[in-house]
Design a protein around this ligand. Sequence first.
Ligand code: NAP
Length: 347
Amino acid sequence: MESNLRVNFKIADNTINPNDVPKRKLRTGDEIPAVGLGTFGSDRFSKEDIADAVLGAISIGYRHIDCASVYMNEPEIGEALDIAIKGGIAREELWITSKVWNDMHGKGDVLVSCATSLRDLKLDYLDLYLLHWPYPNYHAPGCDVDSRNPNSNPFSVEEFMGTWQQMERLVDMGLVKNIGTSNMTIAKFKAVWHLMRIKPAINEMELHPHFQQHDLYDYCIENGIQPIGFCPIGSPTRPDRDKTDQDTVDIEDPVIIAAAKRLGVHPAVICVKWASQRGQIPIPFSVKEIEYMGNLNAAITNPLTDEEMTAISKIDKGCRLIKGQVFLWEGANGWEDLWDNDGTITK
Ligand SMILES: NC(=O)c1ccc[n+]([C@@H]2O[C@H](COP(=O)([O-])OP(=O)(O)OC[C@H]3O[C@@H](n4cnc5c(N)ncnc54)[C@H](OP(=O)(O)O)[C@@H]3O)[C@@H](O)[C@H]2O)c1
């Protein structure tokens, strides 16, 4: 961890005022900062570097941190949060998200998972707890995309609701303020919506200029679910196992590059601007101060023009990067089975 901030945490002289960062109001009335810091290290960045980035990001104005137990760095991030809070950042100013991993859907397990994240993050409540995937299908960390868990199964309303009811109990217990979903589809939402006592405040979903998910995005907005967009820059540093020859590169798109040239910024910053102007909450990852500062500034300064927003709306390539192959069950045809593209749940 960066020794100066660890020993003497302080707000950076060049900080962005957190009050200048837009907020989105959720169905619960809570307000979430419109840009967050991602913390998935993609097997490339150490836990310590990511914890440093969390501390550095808070010191330059970030108040929203996107965590997950499966990123295996919550204890290190917890130390960073503890330093920031002891260093004068009020807990209520921070928005901390965590997620229950697929191997913790069993009865009672969601409570254990949430308690573990709270312990690791050194917090007594979470602002948002997400069901990371709508399946209990899991795999060993870092495994090959072709590996299959023989216990994996297609989506089940009963299984999902058993897990969601545990999420609802966390709200009742005061351990989490908001609950939400991730990696959902419209068909799956429709299958469980009427059964949910507490509706999701958030759906975290893959969103970047080459993967805009118009239908799901609109469905979320129409139903009062705020989208958080992951891989907002097109995840150039994602693990090699998640790369295919067909994948396109958002930050090399001529439309993105033209806007970047006009504003004199990196194309990544244009992706973040597009996301925040469209209405989703981007959670870009970076451990480099110049990058994470640029990403937070993106939501505050020099907006894209209407023409640029229109031009970007036309470069959607339907290029899903996080395909989820390892969550497939035996007998599935391919990763498309996870995403219900024809509007029905694949059985
Ligand atoms: N819910 C889910 O299932 C799910 C799935 C995936 C991700 N997530 C969350 O979403 C977060 C973000 O996604 P991601 O980490 O995959 O990808 P991303 O944020 O799209 O891309 C991150 C990479 O972009 C580059 N970058 C960032 N800011 C930049 C800037 N201003 N200028 C130039 N390059 C910049 C960095 O690469 P260099 O180091 O090369 O500069 C960085 O490693 C994750 O960390 C995680 O918290 C959630």
